[in-house]
Design a protein around this ligand. Structure first.
Ligand SMILES: [Zn+2]
Ligand SMILES: [Zn+2]
Length: 206
C-alpha cells in the first residue's frame, strides 16, 4: 500500500494519499488546503485518484476540495449527515477560514459502506460526535480516524452538531473494539495505535 501524509493549512490538517501498489489507483482523504502540494504529490506517486473521501465536512478538511476534484475528476464521498457542509454558505464562516465553494458530493456514505481502491478495501464506520457525519475508514490494518480520535486526544465536541456523549460512545464502541496493533492515522497530529490510546489516552480512562 502506498500511504503519504501531508500536513496542510493553518490548522495543520493531515491529508492522506492512499494508493494501490499494483493498480496505481488512489484516494485522497481530507484535502484540507494546499491543493498544489497535494496534486504534485499525487503526480509523483504516479496515482490515478478514484475517490476523494472526507472524514467530515469541516472547512479545514475540505479547503482544497474544489481544486483537487477539478484536477483529478475523482468522486467526492462524504457521510450524508455532513453533506450539507459542502455548501458555500457554511464553508466561508466556520472557524474563520474562507475557501472556494466546494463541489457537491458524488457519493453519500453510510455506515458499513466500502471504499475499494484497486486491491485495497476500507470499511466506512459512522462515528458521530465531533460532527454528525464523521466517519472513520478501516482497512489494511489501519484506521483513518479523522477528528474523532487523536494521539492522546479526542475531537472537539463544542462545534455545531457536536456531542460529547456521542463522541465518546463512538470511540468506545467502534474504535476501542479494534485490535491493539491497528495503526491510527488521525485528522491532526501524529499517528498512533489503538493499543496506545486504549492504555494511555487521558480522555478515555474511566
Ligand atoms: Zn473537524
Ligand atoms: Zn480538523
Amino acid at each position: 500500500m502506498i500511504l503519504k501524509n501531508l500536513v496542510v493549512g493553518p490548522l495543520a490538517t493531515n491529508c492522506y494519499i492512499v494508493g494501490s501498489e499494483s493498480s496505481k489507483e488512489g484516494m485522497i482523504i481530507d484535502p484540507g488546503d494546499e491543493a498544489e502540494v497535494i496534486l504534485s504529490n499525487v503526480k509523483d506517486l504516479g496515482l490515478k485518484i478514484k475517490s476523494i473521501v472526507l472524514t467530515h465536512g469541516h472547512i479545514d478538511h475540505i479547503g482544497a476540495l474544489k481544486e483537487v476534484k477539478e484536477a483529478t475528476g475523482a468522486e467526492v464521498a462524504i457521510h450524508s449527515d455532513d453533506a450539507q457542509a459542502l455548501q458555500e454558505k457554511s464553508v466561508s464562516t466556520l472557524l474563520g477560514l474562507s475557501y472556494p465553494a466546494p463541489p457537491p458530493p458524488d457519493r453519500l456514505l453510510k455506515d458499513g459502506d466500502s471504499m475499494d481502491i484497486g486491491d485495497l478495501h476500507f470499511l466506512v464506520l459512522h462515528t458521530p460526535g465531533h460532527s454528525p457525519g464523521c466517519i472513520c475508514l478501516l482497512g489494511e490494518g489501519i484506521i483513518f480516524s479523522g477528528d474523532t480520535l487523536f494521539n492522546f486526544g479526542i475531537g472537539r465536541y463544542d462545534l455545531p452538531g457536536g456531542s460529547y456523549s456521542q463522541l465518546v460512545n463512538s470511540i468506545h464502541t467502534r474504535l476501542m473494539t479494534l485490535p491493539d496493533d491497528t495503526a491510527v492515522y488521525p485528522g491532526h497530529g501524529p499517528d498512533t495505535t489503538i493499543g496506545t490510546e486504549r492504555s494511555g489516552n487521558p480522555f478515555l480512562q474511566t
